[in-house]
Design a protein around this ligand. Structure first.
Ligand code: ADP
Ligand code: MG
Length: 464
């Protein structure tokens, strides 16, 4: 029996509808257009790269099941992406169905997989991060130009190591990858290696288990440009620090370039050995700050242009004004905006932007907001959230209040002033004092340390 792609897809939809929520169905399946059926391969068209990734991340199993039911074993799904800025532009992504056989691996997988240390000298870089699409502004001028200088002359400038630090979503990973990509483009003979510190730690643990430390070290010693992301995670990992120290020294002495990022300045890095910290200070540390209004405008324009979308001036201004925390969040808003516009077939205008923001602001606030922290901390200490805002100076309440302030500072973007305000209109100096006190107690008081750790775990579940 001959079946066309439309009827096959409709049958799939019947299966899918039973398995996903109505909203999920309307958002992620209705906009999909079946375009082609050849043998058992169905090609579907999706509105964007983001859309494709979302389907793959959230619904791959449902899709697999539906296709296998409708087309039988050996069914395959191909995606055709309408707007695509990725390097694989134009090539449909193929996913074999069902998984399990040796060629059942999706072609698009995590590019940073480096579990084989014997693997050839692959840089593990993401080519989408370049200097061209890293918008310059006051907030990143020093870091960017130092990075550029290093990219032009790796290992030769005095910026060695180069340490880029700053809060989450401010462009650390983007910038250091841009450096790596530029070096690779200009000096292809150089072995550039990007690795997150977590991956480095895991590789090292594995090397220890398998008695392959020599091998691990030897691999890293071949590198000409070593980029290690988020070195704050080395904190407390003494053996990892030790091996990194050796690798660092060896590379540095041989004129190899080392580039690192961290979520705080070397001065503030805790749990790292002094000798390692002092190495970090040999070169240059440059910070990334929150982008100012103009930079946010430029970033919005640039990202939208990359998607082939022209964004009206008033919408751009509105977004730049409203989303002032970090670039990652800004990007999230733009993605939602694009998704809403394409799913509803609407123009991007101020109304739509406001509507999207309303949902998102809600999400951000219901993630880890001060309210949630207060509730969680109060519960943990058997108090009411109100107690934390009240005037009382009872000792156990004071401690709980200080811990809640400490977490508000750690986990939210609220200013000290705003945190004080949420704790019964206290002054910002009270918040500073609270954070300081908790930090001090963490060093000397095991019970507080335990409480803070427990709470961290509780709060993180939500922050993730
Ligand atoms: P971090 O590593 O500091 O947490 P990332 O480098 O992952 O932040 O940046 C978060 C997102 O914001 C990325 O998608 C990145 O491309 C984007 N981004 C950050 N800074 C800029 C910038 N100056 N220009 C363009 N995009 C940026
Ligand atoms: Mg990062």
């Amino acid at each position: 029996m001959h079946e066309d792609c439309k009827s096959v897809w409709n049958k799939c939809l019947d299966v899918i509808r039973d398995e996903v929520t109505e909203q999920g169905y309307n958002t992620w399946f209705k906009p999909v257009v079946p375009v082609h059926l050849h043998n058992k391969t169905l090609t579907i068209q999706v509105p964007s790269q983001f859309f494709y990734e979302w389907l793959e991340d959230h619904y791959v199993d449902v899709l697999k099941r539906a296709l296998t039911i409708v087309l039988g074993e050996g069914a395959k799904l191909e995606y055709s992406v309408i707007v695509d800025r990725g390097p694989k532009q134009g090539i449909p992504y193929t996913v074999n169905l069902p998984g399990g056989n040796s060629n059942g691996k999706p072609k698009v997988n995590n590019p940073f997989q480096l579990d084989e240390l014997t693997s050839p000298q692959e840089s593990q870089l993401n080519q989408n991060y370049t200097f061209d699409n890293f918008i310059e502004g006051e907030c990143n001028r020093l870091a960017r130009s130092a990075g550029y200088a290093v990219a032009k002359k790796p290992g030769i400038t005095s910026f060695n190591p180069l340490m880029i630090y700053g809060g989450v979503g401010l462009g650390k990973t983007h910038l250091v990858q841009a450096i790596g990509n530029k070096i690779k483009a200009d000096l292809p003979e150089k072995f550039v290696l990007y690795v997150s510190s977590e991956k480095f730690i895991n590789q090292f643990i594995k090397a220890v288990q398998n008695n392959e430390i020599q091998h691990f070290q030897a691999y890293y010693l071949q590198v000409d440009v070593l980029i290690i992301d988020d070195v704050q995670f080395f904190a407390g990992k003494e053996r990892t620090q030790e091996i990194f120290f050796h690798i660092f020294n060896h590379l540095h002495q041989s004129g190899k370039q080392i580039i690192m990022t961290s979520d705080r300045s070397p001065k503030e890095l805790e749990g790292l050995e002094e000798r390692l910290l002092s190495r970090f200070k040999w070169g240059l540390s440059a910070d990334l700050q929150q982008p100012d209004f103009e930079t946010r405008m430029a970033i919005i324009h640039n990202k939208m242009a990359a998607e082939g979308i022209e964004i009206p001036g008033d919408v751009c201004e509105y977004l730049a004004y409203t989303v002032d925390t970090n670039v990652r969040e800004l990007e999230g808003v733009l993605i939602s905006l694009i998704a809403h516009a394409s799913l509803n077939g609407r123009e991007i205008d101020l109304d739509l932007a406001k509507q999207v923001m309303k949902n998102i602001v809600h999400d951000i606030e219901t993630e880890v907001g001060i309210d949630y922290i207060q509730k969680t901390v109060a519960e943990y200490f058997n108090l009411k959230a109100e107690d934390l805002k009240a005037k009382t100076r009872k000792k156990e309440i004071v401690i709980a209040r200080q811990v809640a302030m400490y977490f508000s500072k750690e986990y939210t973007n609220h200013s000290l002033k705003s945190i004080g305000y949420h704790f019964g209109g206290r002054d910002h100096s009270t918040v500073i004092h609270a954070v300081q006190t908790v930090n001090d107690m963490l060093d000397i008081d095991a019970r507080i340390r335990q409480s803070v750790n427990d709470l961290k775990n509780k709060l993180k579940i939500k922050a993730a």
